[in-house]
Structure formats: C-alpha cells, structure tokens
Ligand binder design. Structure first.
Ligand code: SAH
Length: 391
C-alpha cells in the first residue's frame, strides 16, 4: 500500500453562502437589521433553523412579505440530500449530502432503544491518510463551514422529532464527530459547532456536553487548545496501536506526535474536565490484535482515565486488511480488563450500507453503487422558492 502524505491545510475553495449558524448572535442581529428588520427576527430565524424548519411558508411568525428575503439571506440551503440509505429496519440511516460547490459528505443517524446518535462529518474527505480508513484514502477536499457541520446535526434532530425514524417521534441525544474528516484539523469551525450543539434553544440544539464526542487522530496542539476551552465534551482518541513503531504506519500523524504525547494530552483533558476519554482501537487481524499488544495497551492505560472502545475493522474497498476474528477480539478484551482498563467492543452498525466507522467515502462513490432510494425528507426549501408568487 502506498503511503499518502499528511495534509493539514485544506485546499481553499469558494466559501459557502453566508448562514446564520456561522454568525454570532450579535452578528446575526446586525445582519437582520441591515435588511431593515427588527433584530429579534434573528432569534426567530434561529428557532426555525435549529428545529429543522426550512420552508419559509412555515415561518408564520415572520411577516409573509419578508420570509423569503430573510431565509434567502440567512438560511440558505447548504446541504442538499442526494441519497439516503438505511439498515437495521430503518433505525440506521446514512445520508449523502451535496454542498454548494458539489463536494459530498455523509452523516449517519443511529437510533437505539435509549438514545439516538448522529455521526457527522467535519471535512469533505480527510488529510490524515490512515491506511485502513476509506475517507483517509481519498484525501482532503476541503474544510466544512460551521453551518455545514451544524446542519447535519439539525437534520438528524429534525428527522427524529418528525418521526422519520421507526420508533415514533424522539429526540436526538448524541453527536459524534466520527464521520468524514479530522475535526481538530478544522478547529475554529468545529469549536463553533460545539457551541451550537450545546447551547439551549432557540440558539442551539441544547444537547448535553457529555453526549457530544470529538474524535481525533491526536493533533496534540489542538487537543491542548480544546482543554483550555473549559468545555466538557467527550474526547475520543484514535490510538489503534500502543507502540510508536506500529502507530507510525496506522495513524501517520504519529510521526509528528507520539503515543506518549497523545496520551499525555488526553490525560490533561481528562484532568481538566473530570471526564474519562475514550481510546478508539480498530482491531485488525494480525496487524494490531496480538495478545502482546493488548498487554502493552493495558500497561499504557492502567490508572489513566481512559475507556477503550474496540472496533472490529470495517472492510474498506481495496484494503488487504480484515477484522480480527472473534476469539482474538475476546482475548484482547480479557487482557485489557485484566489490567483494570474498562473496555467495550463497538457494534458495527450500518456496515452493510458502508455507514460504519471508516467507511464513509462519499467522494468515491457518488456515481457508483446505487443505494436504497428512500423518499427524501423535505430538508431543503424548493429550489425555485416562490417562483409562482406573482403569477
Ligand atoms: N478523524 C477522526 C474521526 C473520524 S473516524 C479520528 O480519526 O478519530 C472515527 C473512528 O473510526 C476513528 O477512531 C477511526 O480511526 C475509526 N476508523 C477508521 N476507519 C476504520 C475502519 N475501516 N474500521 C473501523 N474503524 C475505523
């Protein structure tokens, strides 16, 4: 397998149109005032946005004459659903979104008996080049704007609230940054997104901080920066190997920041927030699943505020690697637990729709395998909004 370069700086592309979710509350109020409307209309628009209302006709608290101007100026449709695929009887739904410039990203909504989690993308593609990850193999297209990231969570919250997922109307409870991209390589936009996720309505989705998880390959300076923010969101570190020699090959950023530095940065985050971090470890047959590595990982994490989340490798196209067989998984878990390290094995929801960890690779497949076409939820205003208005 040829090694890809690490890419931190996203290519510059045309900016998405201005959107309320990219603005601070003051900026949004100023923007509305510039349009000749009272500032409180910004709050009304925010309420509609976070509830997933995109059709101006439904915004009955706004004067009919200005609905379209205001939505056009501040709530442009940034995410156009191209395709929805579902699995688990509809309780796992993957959506492929097209962005204003044609870039594609995916998000996955998973409903469980006790919670509903959306896995969102922070970049179109990814520059981190992990060889076992489909997204990483396609390289980085660009950073997403805050509104583009937030919009994925808003769409999921609306799908739950509107009863589009089997099980009746419900609430989106969790957001994980485990879709496409490296969230900490798009720091400022992800930081804004975190605010929007945890700010109470009408200016946010009102999720609890602990139910939001930022997953990173270990961009150490950015983990430190996040620590300084004083947030209490959950941190997940994609370790995948306890030793530098192997991790250099599985998670190429390890050539910059080593295992010890990554773990130390996560410890500092845990210290500051009082919250345990999760260590993600994809179990790859005969690559990182040996009993000795389990012991090495166990020794590394003993007496740390870490919880290990093992993910049997999800197959990606063209990869020679495979998931560890069950007996190897069980042995790995037993050894970690023997070291006193809390350990769970993650389910592989959505694997059959390429919606599981590391399988999101929209760019590669837009014209490829047709997914199950479901009726599209009306997440976007019609393109020709109000075209008949003066007929
Ligand atoms: N860039 C971030 C978030 C995206 S991936 C990160 O790396 O943490 C979310 C998780 O899925 C990461 O732990 C990632 O390493 C893991 N992953 C990637 N490809 C995978 C695969 N093929 N099978 C199982 N897990 C995978």
């Amino acid at each position: 397998m040829t090694a890809l370069p690490l890419v931190f700086d996203a290519p510059r592309r045309g900016k998405p149109p201005r959107h309320l979710a990219d603005l601070t509350r003051e900026e949004a109020r100023a923007a509305v005032t510039e349009l000749g409307q009272p500032a409180f209309r910004a709050d009304q628009l925010a309420r509609h946005f976070y509830r997933g209302v995109t059709d101006p006709a439904q915004m009955t608290d706004l004067p009919a004459a200005v609905r379209e101007e205001l939505t056009g100026a501040l709530l442009p449709g940034l995410l156009t659903p191209v395709r929805t695929s579902s699995a688990d009887g509809g309780r796992t739904r993957k959506t492929l979104w097209r962005l204003h410039d044609g870039a594609l990203v995916e998000s996955v909504l998973m409903r469980y008996p006790d919670r509903a989690t959306v896995c969102i993308s922070s970049q179109a593609g990814c520059g981190m080049a992990c060889p076992f990850c489909a997204t990483g193999q396609n390289g980085l297209t660009r950073n997403l704007s805050a509104a583009e990231i937030i919009g994925q969570a808003v769409a999921a919250a609306a799908a739950m609230a509107n009863g589009e997922v089997p099980g009746g109307p419900g609430r989106l409870s969790n957001v994980v940054f485990m879709g496409m991209g490296e969230p900490l390589a798009n720091y400022a936009r992800v930081r804004k997104t975190l605010d929007a996720l945890v700010t109470p309505a009408p200016h946010g989705l009102g999720l609890s901080q602990r139910s939001v998880t930022v997953s990173t390959v270990g961009v150490v300076p950015a983990v430190r920066r996040l620590t300084e923010e004083g947030l209490h969101v959950t941190l997940a570190v994609s370790l995948h190997a306890p030793d530098d020699e192997l991790r250099d090959t599985l998670v190429p950023i390890n050539t910059r920041w080593k295992v010890d530095e990554v773990v130390a940065a996560a410890d500092a985050y845990a210290e500051r927030t009082g919250r345990r971090y999760s260590v993600e470890y994809a179990l790859i047959r005969d690559v990182n699943d040996q009993p000795e590595r389990a012991d090495l990982l166990g020794r590394l994490l003993t007496d740390r505020r870490a919880h290990v989340n093992l993910i049997p490798l999800n197959p990606t196209p063209g990869s020679k690697w495979d998931a560890s067989p069950l007996p190897a998984q069980r042995e790995f878990v037993a050894r970690l637990r023997a070291h006193g390290v809390p350990t769970t094995v993650r389910d592989t929801r959505g694997q059959d729709i390429d919606g599981a960890c590391g399988q999101l690779a929209a760019a590669d497949r837009v014209d490829g395998v047709p997914a199950v076409a479901l009726p599209q939820p009306s997440l976007e205003p019609p393109v020709e909004m109000g075209a008949e208005a003066d007929q």
